[in-house]
Design a protein around this ligand. Structure first.
Ligand SMILES: Cc1cc2nc3c(=O)[nH]c(=O)nc-3n(C[C@H](O)[C@H](O)[C@H](O)COP(=O)(O)OP(=O)(O)OC[C@H]3O[C@@H](n4cnc5c(N)ncnc54)[C@H](O)[C@@H]3O)c2cc1C
Length: 423
């Protein structure tokens, strides 16, 4: 089988690259082994909120010049980062995934980080939020006096007390309540079903979200903020809009423990967009066994397709780094399992991680070594028709910098543009 482009990985980077390639009419295949980081998403995207030296960043584009030359944003270049960042909302909009920044602070088109309330009751910076997810312009000047936090009886993946503690520290009085719904109660018989997605499926039925909304309304006693677990709108975010409009208070949906309902919804919609453009998505399959012609990849195979050779002009590796199994770790080395690419990591394993959990964790910055066009090295030589995108790319510690989605989306756009322009 022959394609113009074969992409390995089913996450954010892979889908953005695939959609761009299909929009330009390229015959494109995505091979996706399994779950990706969107299933764990906070419902917000980070572009850059901290520099490697720890300096906090409010306006990501203004901080790009402080990044090292090896950083993916430095390789993309300041102008292109700005161009791709401003194209992001439109690309997701075409998939039916609404994204919005924090309400504008100041003037101009530059992205400014907002803040989301985390399930731990803290405030974390973010660039864009998915529909229904609130981004605040400030983490200190909260405008609410009193909040009602409502959970489902027996739902342990949403800790209302942590959220209440966090808000109370900022001067917002909190009251915690629980709602019991007959259909959700049935899930409790099997503890593995009482998860965010199980509840979201039940809340996808109009009868249930209307009943839930009415019960929350009855619980309100003049609070100006209602906080709910983000388990609504797996298929359609109209539910979050409806609940927001029917309650006489501001409504904030706060992320639960994984799986992430807004993240899964975004992934499903992006996949649908890719397929509706004519792309082929092999779900639950693993790419392996590449064949090379000198410094070019000729083909690869997959577990499910057996001996069938999948050939392409260009290949993209967006296999998610350590988290996505795009990198493998053994006691003494780290390796890239599909192509055997060169990986940058400290030889001394004892410094791969820091004892202080909240400090910068070096292992999270480990990735494949690439040139400035995101072409990887193999045995010290550039692989000419292979590109790397997303968290598989080395040169940055996205976890520490708050740049995860930004690096995934922007490297994918950059790689797609290079492939399309034949660079
Ligand atoms: C738990 C977690 C939560 C995060 N939450 C956020 C957040 O809320 N906001 C944010 O900005 N960033 C977040 N990030 C950062 C995140 O890395 C990026 O946002 C982004 O989603 C990464 O996308 P990706 O496509 O590079 O990798 P992934 O999403 O990890 O996707 C990699 C894919 O490659 C597949 N794969 C691997 N090997 C093969 C193979 N051989 N064949 C076929 N498929 C293969 C995997 O199965 C997976 O589907 C989070 C990261 C993690 C680990």
């Amino acid at each position: 089988m022959r394609f113009d482009t074969i992409i390995i990985g089913g996450g954010l980077a892979s889908l953005v690259c695939g959609i761009r390639a299909r929009e330009a009419g390229k015959n494109c295949l995505i091979v996706s082994a399994g779950q990706n980081a969107l299933h764990f998403s906070s419902g917000t995207f980070g572009l850059l909120s901290r520099l490697p030296d720890g300096t906090e960043v409010a306006e990501p584009l203004k901080a790009l010049s402080f990044l090292p030359a090896t950083h993916p944003y430095s390789k993309i270049g300041v102008d292109k980062v700005a161009e791709y960042a401003s194209a992001t909302i439109g690309l997701f909009d075409s998939c039916g995934v609404g994204l919005h920044p924090a309400p504008a602070v100041g003037e101009g088109d530059f992205p400014i980080n907002g803040y989301r309330l985390t399930p731990m009751g803290t405030f974390k910076p973010a660039w864009l939020a998915m529909e229904g997810v609130t981004l605040l312009p400030s983490k200190d000047e909260l405008t609410w006096r009193n909040a009602l936090i409502v959970n489902f009886s027996g739902f342990l993946d949403f800790n209302s007390l942590f959220i209440a503690e966090g808000l109370e520290r900022k001067g917002v009085g909190c009251r915690v309540e629980r709602v019991t719904l007959e259909e959700v109660e049935r899930l409790r018989k099997n503890p593995t079903e009482m998860r965010s997605v199980g509840i979201a499926r039940i809340m996808g039925k109009e009868k249930n979200w209307k009943e839930f909304g009415s019960k929350v309304k009855e619980l309100l006693h003049g609070e100006d903020l209602v906080i709910l677990p983000d388990v609504f709108g797996l298929d359609d975010r109209i539910v979050t809009k409806w609940i927001g409009e029917m309650l006489p208070a501001e409504v904030m949906f706060v992320g639960t423990m994984p799986p992430s309902v807004p993240g899964i919804r975004a992934q499903m919609r992006m996949k649908k967009r890719f397929e509706s453009l004519g792309g082929t998505f092999l779900a639950g399959d693993t790419a392996l066994d590449p064949a090379f012609d000198g410094d070019r990849v000729r083909s690869l195979r997959t577990v499910n397709l057996g001996s069938i050779e999948l050939k392409a002009d260009n290949f993209v590796l967006a296999s998610g780094g350590l988290f996505g199994k795009g990198l493998e770790s053994s006691p003494d080395r780290l390796s890239e399992p599909v192509f055997g690419l060169d990986v940058d990591y400290p030889a001394d394993r004892s410094i791969w991680r820091d004892e202080d959990f909240f400090s910068i964790q070096p292992f999270a910055g480990i990735g494949v070594r690439c040139d400035d066009a995101f072409r990887p090295f193999r045995g010290g030589r550039v692989v000419e028709n292979l590109y790397v995108a997303g968290s598989e790319v080395g040169g940055c510690n996205s976890l520490y910098e708050g740049s995860g989605a930004g690096v995934a989306i922007l490297t994918a756009m950059s790689v797609a543009e290079r492939i399309l322009s034949g660079q």
